[in-house]
Design a protein around this ligand. Structure first.
Ligand code: AMP
Length: 399
């Protein structure tokens, strides 16, 4: 897809305009308050730009999975207070996102102020990409800004159909994601390595196949690595094995050979007798795992080997942990990758993390996300992006 055909917020004349902005404010709530405001903070550059242009800002968003019904626990009302606190301008909350209530609140909102409309997903039409619903939403703005990267892989009324009724552009957050996940991976500085981990081969097979056409080095760790080791003829003991994906794993290895992609798999392991937080960690110095053990993290030799390879690279993309990082005894391998990426960034490499669980590794290990070039905000969206799929929310903007 041609990302250059997507208009950018800074290239659109927005002075004094009424601007409809789709944001990803799907934030955790606790005791009726926002518990973590990161997603709201992430939109700061776009909101400030609109305020600087004296816009009347109308924010639309979803929260949780109310499945097309009004559920008070998924109300965006607590988010309005947080938005007001963060951006320091009056925020008017509307109890519905369409209809007279929304129209009234939008009409009351002045330029330089913000209206936040109630959860889009209280209406089943949102997830059905209903054009009539999109038209109702479109009434709230003269221009549409897509700022919710986390939802652009969904063809919903507020991501897809909306663009048929309003001229659309990408907010700063969406631009940054496209810049890193799109352009940097499409045209990477080389050598380019991808590190892929996580539990199952089946979840990552599309990702692996698409990356195979782009990377110089493919590092495979986590539970999925054992299926690869087994098809290579190694003993994997009680480790995870994706029998249904055996042929596809073989095909990945064959394709790598054909394309000259260097594949790195674990050469030693940290194992446990059972899948439990209390499992005693046993270092297996060999590539083969004894029958009574399961691989739960990469071993020290593997950590050093992966690190050495990554430090030679100019672009690194990472998705999925190297082990069961939720259990402290099996988190070292994932932390080692995080540290290698931080050190590679310091040495001038572009480092990108896409996918939910690698972000959780950073949190768990108390790594500073700012020490990486880009940590994607959209789990599912970034995954589909790197799998090579066209994302409806971006396609709609490019029209
Ligand atoms: P994913 O969401 O596909 O990236 O998978 C992440 C999950 O994979 C995490 O919950 C990890 O605990 C799990 N995982 C990583 N390595 C292993 C392993 N060796 N055995 C079992 N589960 C693993």
């Amino acid at each position: 897809m041609n990302f250059d055909s997507i208009k950018k917020i800074q290239d659109v004349d927005l002075k004094n305009k009424k601007v409809l902005v789709r944001v990803d404010y799907n934030v955790p709530l606790k005791d009726g308050k926002v518990d973590n405001n990161k997603r709201i903070v992430a939109t700061e550059k776009t909101i400030k730009h609109l305020l600087d242009n004296n816009c009347r800002i109308v924010l639309i968003a979803h929260l949780g999975r109310p499945k097309g019904k009004v559920c008070p626990e998924f109300s965006l009302a607590p988010v309005a207070a947080e938005v007001e606190k963060l951006f320091g301008v009056p925020v008017h909350f509307a109890k519905d996102c369409v209809g007279p209530e929304a129209d009234k609140v939008v009409a009351e909102t002045k330029n330089g102020e913000i209206a936040l409309l109630e959860n889009l997903r209280f209406h089943p039409e949102e997830e059905k990409n209903d054009p009539e619903f999109a038209k109702q939403l479109a009434k709230h703005g003269e221009v549409f800004v897509q700022e919710a990267f986390g939802t652009v892989h969904r063809a919903h009324a507020s991501t897809s159909a909306i663009a048929d009724f309003l001229p659309g552009c990408a907010g700063y957050l969406v631009q940054k994601e496209v810049e890193f996940l799109g352009k940097a991976l499409e045209n990477p500085a080389r050598p380019f390595a991808a590190v892929v981990g996580g539990a199952k081969v089946s979840d990552k097979i599309m990702l692996l196949n698409n990356l195979m056409d782009k990377v110089n080095v493919l590092v495979i760790g986590g539970g999925m690595a054992y299926t690869f080791l087994k098809v290579q003829g190694h003993e994997i003991g009680k480790s995870l094995f994706d029998a249904e994906k055996e042929d596809e794993a073989k095909a990945v290895l064959a394709k790598a050979q054909e394309k000259g992609v260097k594949i790195l798999l674990p050469v030693d392991h940290i194992c446990g007798k059972e899948f439990a937080e209390t499992a005693e960690p046993v270092t297996v110095e060999d590539i083969n795992i004894p029958a009574d053990l399961m691989g739960m993290d990469i071993g020290p030799k593997t950590m050093a080997m992966f690190r050495e390879e990554l430090l030679k690279c100019k672009t690194i993309f990472w998705n999925g942990p190297m082990g069961v990082f939720e259990f402290p005894n099996f988190a070292k391998g994932s932390f080692a990758i995080a540290q290698a990426m931080i050190d590679a960034t310091k040495a001038g490499a572009t480092t990108i993390i896409g996918g939910g669980d690698s972000v959780n590794v950073l949190k768990k290990g108390k790594f500073n996300q700012k020490e990486l070039s880009h940590v994607s905000t959209g789990g599912g969206a970034s995954m589909e992006f790197v799998e090579g799929k066209e994302l409806p929310g971006l396609v709609a903007l490019a029209k």
